[in-house]
Write a protein that binds this ligand. Structure first.
Ligand SMILES: Nc1ncnc2c1ncn2[C@@H]1O[C@H](COP(=O)(O)OP(=O)(O)OP(=O)(O)O)[C@@H](O)[C@H]1O
Ligand SMILES: [Mg+2]
Length: 253
């Protein structure tokens, strides 16, 4: 890492002892573990417009949640932008993603992890937090979808966007949501689903979006779906709602 970048990081977390790329990389950023004399941190960096904007949101959310004890997320240490990149520094958490944990587990263990995921998500959906405001989540997501489509940053096409704009599901009570609640974005620590990561989209929104992304990989795996709903007892998305969120809206993000 170049000198100027190093010193920016060291201003925040102290002298760097070592640094390495994490084994699991996301698609939208580069993540390093950075060890300093003070502790162990994650440096998450993005280099492209849309993803830099997400990273800035993630920093804002993490900072707001630093004093919150009900929604477990990594601790926030700092955020800075350079000409062509943006960088977030948070605590390094000793855990693995739920995706990895499920890959490595036996059947019974998988079921119990998935039930735990359901419980963990339910807790989020039942939490009230100050500092987050309820402002027309779905309308805003559709506006963002349109702008991502226009700039060639979406998988979905115009026809799909028109469909999900016209066919909106009837509204439900909005709650705190994760906003990208796949098994890649929750961490298992000491065998339990116990932390949200990648929280750029965390805000007040439609909980059916989280629920749909949470179960998306298990459509042909009834036992896993059942395990999830043993933990998540608020509401079950209908097939139509699931399709709206998973095969509709999510195609633009
Ligand atoms: N605070 C943390 N502590 C330890 N590991 C982390 C931490 N944050 C992220 N990771 C690891 O880095 C990987 C990528 O992180 P993250 O999901 O935030 O990145 P991303 O590029 O935004 O992913 P996506 O492509 O899902 O948007 C995670 O899967 C996880 O393994
Ligand atoms: Mg991720």
């Amino acid at each position: 890492m170049e000198k100027e970048m190093n010193s920016k990081v060291e201003e925040i977390i102290g002298k760097i002892e070592r640094m390495s790329l994490l084994q699991d990389q996301g698609c939208t950023s580069e993540v390093h573990q950075v060890v300093t004399e003070e502790g162990s941190y994650v440096l998450k960096s993005s280099y492209e417009g849309k993803y830099r904007e997400w990273l800035r949101n993630e920093a804002v959310v993490l900072e707001k949640l630093n004093t919150n004890t009900e929604i477990p997320t990594p601790s926030y240490y700092g955020y800075f932008e350079r000409k062509n990149s943006s960088h977030l520094i948070m605590s390094f958490e000793k855990g693995i993603t739920l995706t990895t944990a499920l890959r490595e587990a036996e059947k019974q263990e998988q079921l119990s992890l998935i039930k735990g995921f359901g419980q963990f998500l339910q807790r989020l959906h039942e939490t009230t937090v100050t500092g987050f405001h309820n402002n027309h989540w779905l309308a805003e997501q559709l506006k963002k979808a349109e702008s991502y489509l226009k700039t060639g940053h979406a998988d979905g096409d115009l026809k799909l966007l028109q469909k999900i704009t016209l066919d909106r599901p009837s509204s439900v009570q909005q709650t705190m949501i994760h906003g990208d609640c796949t098994t890649d974005n929750v961490m298992v620590i000491n065998g339990k689903v116990s932390m949200f990561i990648d929280v750029a989209g965390m805000r007040i929104g439609d909980p059916r979006y989280d629920e749909s992304l949470a179960i998306r990989k298990w459509m042909n795996h009834q036992e896993f779906i059942e395990a999830f709903y043993e933990g998540y007892r608020r509401y079950k998305v209908t097939k139509e709602e699931f399709e709206y969120f998973n095969e509709g809206l999510y195609e633009f993000f």
